[in-house]
Design a protein around this ligand. Structure first.
Ligand code: 5CA
Length: 434
């Protein structure tokens, strides 16, 4: 991609109302534009990151045996009346009337709709277990939308739902998602701590939040300092193992948000206190929705039984902010390679200089032939401003082509993650890419 032809509206001044670093950096780097309180447009650079995060989630959820689908954002109020949540949900639900005066709503979550899909299509215990998920926009009319995409009113969520024949197999499905979530956050370059949580308006008997530690997080969190020694290689864990044992290891050490914190449960000397960002939340609620909405399966003896369910959420758009909170410096974002909007940036410091242009173009073409996604700064901005913009948007590698080195067919390569710079030749670049 040539920067001169791209849409990257970089903002020089720090936006006044952005209180936390991820919000400031997302606005300044032209990733998002606020359209109303808690409602954002995702501009090309931001959308690329959102899609990369989504595809890592999809890949790992599919590995766990879940199936991706897509439900509408708009739902009928009648479904929510069946579960009893239409009245219970309160002011966070955006309620709409269509032209026939029918009550509809913009979905804040999808337990009712998925239960309806299940009861329409699944009749026998033979179809279980089943796990269906989607990545779809949600709307919650938050009283205090803030921190940019961290607490939006419209936000992208991965929401999944498991269906099982009894409590034991349903807990197995819950454990599978528990492990899948840790694998996802690990793949995204984040360390997420699972913490016991309240079930709130979703309901149920078991629930965990997944928290990224960050000073700017909304929740206060308390945990055992021995957490750091919990050496589990989550990547190596297979979904076929005894997952209860692994979940028990994760939950054996004290970790709680302030709603659940109980000082009597932990030795004072082991206690650490900080703040965290909730990036995922899973719930086991058994037959809460299947009973009220009549989602039953026929058992081998011909009797009917309501299915056991759980639901599993990840804040996909919130993750963009959470990753920035945990990977940035004063100059800007430092994207982990796997979610970076581009793989490599080429900065031509002297557009119009023959040797710079020739070198920059040939680097562009050869990196492209290796399948790399490249942003090539071919604009006539000053060198200082170009380098500052590249540090701001945080592409993991910058290839910097300037007239002094170009004379000898050389250029600089900078890792944005370590800020280490090296002078290299074409040959070294190829070796590096390989
Ligand atoms: N039905 C369940 C799971 S599918 C559910 O809705 N869970 S939730 O309410 O905890 O939301 C799931 C995740 O969405 C949260 O862990 C959080 O990361 C994200 N989230 C929730 N509210 C917002 C918001 N206002 N802005 C951005 N992300 C949000």
């Amino acid at each position: 991609m040539f920067l001169s032809k791209y849409f990257l509206p970089i903002v020089k001044n720090t936006p006044k109302d952005a209180q936390i670093v991820s919000h400031r950096l997302m606005m300044r780097s032209g990733m998002i534009k606020q359209d109303a309180a808690g409602i954002y447009s995702w501009l090309p650079l931001g959308l690329k990151v959102l899609k990369k995060i989504s595809s890592i989630i999809v890949e790992e959820q599919n590995n766990s045996g879940a199936h991706e689908m897509l439900m509408p954002t708009i739902q009928s109020a009648d479904l929510w009346r069946e579960s009893g949540r239409y009245d219970d949900y309160g002011l966070e639900m955006l309620r709409i009337k269509d032209r026939h005066e029918r009550d509809i709503l913009f979905g804040p979550t999808n337990e009712e709709m998925i239960t309806d899909i299940f009861r329409t299509n699944i009749k026998s215990y033979r179809s279980l277990p089943l796990n269906l998920y989607q990545i779809q926009w949600k709307f919650r009319d938050e009283i205090r939308p803030r921190f940019g995409v961290m607490r939006g009113r419209e936000f992208l969520m991965k929401d999944g739902y498991s269906f099982d024949i009894d409590k034991d197999t349903s807990y197995e499905a819950y454990n599978k998602m528990f492990i899948s979530y840790l694998k996802i956050f690990n793949k995204l370059g984040l360390t997420a701590m699972p913490m016991e949580a309240d079930t709130g308006p979703i309901g149920g008997d078991r629930s965990h939040e997944f928290i990224i530690l960050a000073e700017t997080g909304e929740s206060k969190v308390f945990y055992d300092r021995k957490w750091k020694n919990l050496n589990i290689d989550i990547e190596k864990i297979s979904y076929d193992e005894n997952l209860q044992k692994i979940v028990d290891r994760y939950t054996s050490l004290y970790a709680a948000t302030d709603e659940k914190h109980d000082p009597s449960k932990i030795n004072k000397n082991d206690l650490l206190e900080t703040r965290g960002i909730e990036v995922g939340h899973i719930f086991h609620f058994g037959t809460k929705y299947s009973e009220s909405m009549g989602a039953k399966v026929v058992l081998p003896d011909g009797s009917l039984k309501p299915v056991f369910m759980g639901s599993y959420g990840i804040g996909v758009s919130r993750l963009v902010g959470a990753i920035i909170e945990s990977s940035h410096d004063e100059a800007g974002i430092k994207w982990p390679i796997q979610v970076a909007p581009f793989d490599v940036a080429i900065v031509n410091l002297s557009v119009g200089n023959d040797s710079c242009d020739t070198i920059a173009h040939s680097i562009y073409n050869s990196l492209k032939s290796f399948g790399k996604d490249i942003l090539y700064d071919d604009t006539k901005e000053s060198a200082g401003s170009k380098l500052a913009s590249m540090d701001l948007i945080g592409i993991p590698y910058q290839v910097i082509v300037g007239p002094r080195l170009a004379k000898d067919n050389k250029f600089e390569i900078k890792s944005r993650l370590t800020d280490e710079t090296n002078i290299i030749s074409f040959q070294q670049l190829y070796e590096f890419i390989k």
